[in-house]
Design a binder for this molecule. Structure first.
Ligand code: GLP
Length: 243
């Protein structure tokens, strides 16, 4: 628990840097980093970029896999997760584009896209550290309430609450918000060697309470983290309101 957003972001960014350095990645043995979108990781990305520019970390031998992507908006749409990631992180560091993996929500065969994505994660050696945020309903990636805890990368219909929460990025117009997405599954996340979740603000406090103080269940999919051998939740004071 850290005092505020900045302190929590700083902790997570430094932690990721330490893990990458300790791993000592090479071209043939890269560090595989799973990444989220949303407002929660923005501070982490900003600090990682600052540290890269200060020469404290290199992403040359880092391979990334993003958690999810909307279906039905173009890749270059201002709110696509592709755009988000390049705008806030990838464009500012020395990551090689061939090492960046983001699901293609416009793939002609979405199911094949999901199967290929899982295969790519596997052939890269598996995710070393998955960074995640959570939705107000406790979802991890886009694993909405009711998702199987054994789920893998797949097409998912978004919960009404998620569409509502995301409408702030789409001129508050529900009609413009994508209703479906591609997402890694709960099991895909659980297979990462380490999972770090950043939880910020009072609006996430109920989800945090349900996910860590109650039992493992498929209605609050972050609760599955209780089954993981190396989980870490980094939150600010406000997010602890219900604990
Ligand atoms: C979306 C993303 C999640 C993210 C969540 C929270 O639903 N698919 O990965 O955790 O938003 O977003 P925010 O951090 O903006 O609250």
């Amino acid at each position: 628990i850290r005092d505020d957003t900045e302190a929590a972001s700083f902790y997570v960014a430094n932690y990721i840097i330490e893990r990458i350095k300790h791993f000592n990645p090479t071209p043939t043995h890269p560090f595989v980093l799973g990444l989220p979108t949303g407002s929660s990781p923005l501070g982490v990305y900003r600090i990682l970029v600052e540290k890269y520019k200060a020469g404290e970390i290199s992403f040359e031998n880092v391979v990334t896999f993003n958690m999810d992507e909307y279906i039905g908006i173009p890749r270059d749409h201002p709110q696509s997760y592709h755009t988000f990631m390049w705008q806030h992180f990838f464009s500012h560091v020395n990551i090689h584009p061939r090492n960046v993996h983001i699901l293609n929500g416009n793939a002609p065969n979405l199911e094949a896209e999901c199967v290929e994505y899982e295969a790519k994660i596997k052939s890269s050696g598996g995710v070393d550290l998955f960074l995640a945020g959570i939705g107000e309903d406790g979802h991890i990636a886009f694993n909405e309430p009711g998702s199987s805890l054994a789920s893998r990368t797949r097409v998912k219909t978004l919960a009404y609450d998620t569409v509502l929460a995301n409408s702030r990025f789409f001129n508050n117009d529900l009609d413009q918000v994508p209703k479906m997405a591609l997402t890694v599954g709960v099991q895909t996340v659980l297979e990462a060697r380490e999972v770090v979740v950043i939880v910020l603000g009072a609006r996430k406090s109920l989800a945090l309470q349900k996910c860590i103080e109650q039992g493992v269940n498929h209605m609050w999919t972050l609760s599955s983290l209780q089954l993981h051998p190396h989980p870490m939740i980094v939150c600010d004071e406000d997010a602890t309101l219900e604990l």
